[in-house]
Design a protein around this ligand. Structure first.
Ligand SMILES: Cc1cc2nc3c(=O)[nH]c(=O)nc-3n(C[C@H](O)[C@H](O)[C@H](O)COP(=O)(O)O)c2cc1C
Length: 180
């Protein structure tokens, strides 16, 4: 069974990108993989300083080892000023080829305005740089403040169906690329 790890790029309580990540993780499990979310709100990650290591920070070690052991990743970022959030960029900057190369990745963005591909394309660029494989399916959730019901599900059924297609592709392509 392939092992998928999810990372979200918001530290906000009631974050919609974390809600989207949870939905994606649930659909990944339904598609036959294991899914674990690394909740950065529960971690005290330092800013990447460009150095070789962070021996005094156990959360960096947890981030690196959890991602290294994963077969695939889900990255869910809020769009901040037309781009990925600093939180997710920093988490990715705390890792490198050792953790990220060869991973199969699905990308999600969550926006206050209209859905677009800005942050999604930036995640694709970052992942290409570390030799990871991003699946063609992607999800952008616009007007996030009105997209979710009080139970955490999406109000738009078509958008909810995209999560199934996204998860099925992520699991199938991770199985193909890892041979597991
Ligand atoms: C610093 C900042 C920049 C933002 N920039 C954009 C933006 O460029 N486009 C947009 O549609 N929404 C923008 N938003 C709105 C967020 O994308 C939106 O509130 C999103 O739901 C936040 O994610 P979260 O719910 O996971 O915290 C911005 C919000 C913040 C705090």
């Amino acid at each position: 069974m392939v092992n998928i790890v999810g990372i979200g790029g918001s530290l906000r309580t009631n974050s919609h990108s974390m809600q989207a990540l949870q939905l994606a993780a649930d659909r990944v499990e339904a598609a036959g993989a294991t899914a674990k979310i690394l909740d950065l709100r529960d971690m005290a990650l330092p800013f990447c300083d460009g150095g070789d290591g962070y021996p005094d920070n156990p959360d960096v070690a947890i981030l690196q080892s959890t991602v290294k052991q994963a077969d695939g990743l889900i990255l869910s970022t809020p769009e901040y000023h037309g781009n990925v959030s600093g939180v997710i960029k920093n988490a990715l900057d705390l890792m490198s080829f050792d953790e990220l190369s060869g991973k199969v990745v699905g990308v999600i963005s969550v926006l206050g305005g209209q859905p677009n591909s800005n942050a999604l394309n930036e995640l694709r660029l970052i992942m290409r740089w570390v030799h990871a494989w991003v699946i063609p399916e992607q999800i952008a959730i616009g007007r996030a403040w009105q997209a979710f019901g009080s139970d955490g599900t999406l109000k738009d059924e078509q958008l909810a169906k995209r999560f199934d297609q996204f998860a099925q592709s992520l699991v199938a392509n991770t199985q193909k690329l890892t041979g597991r």
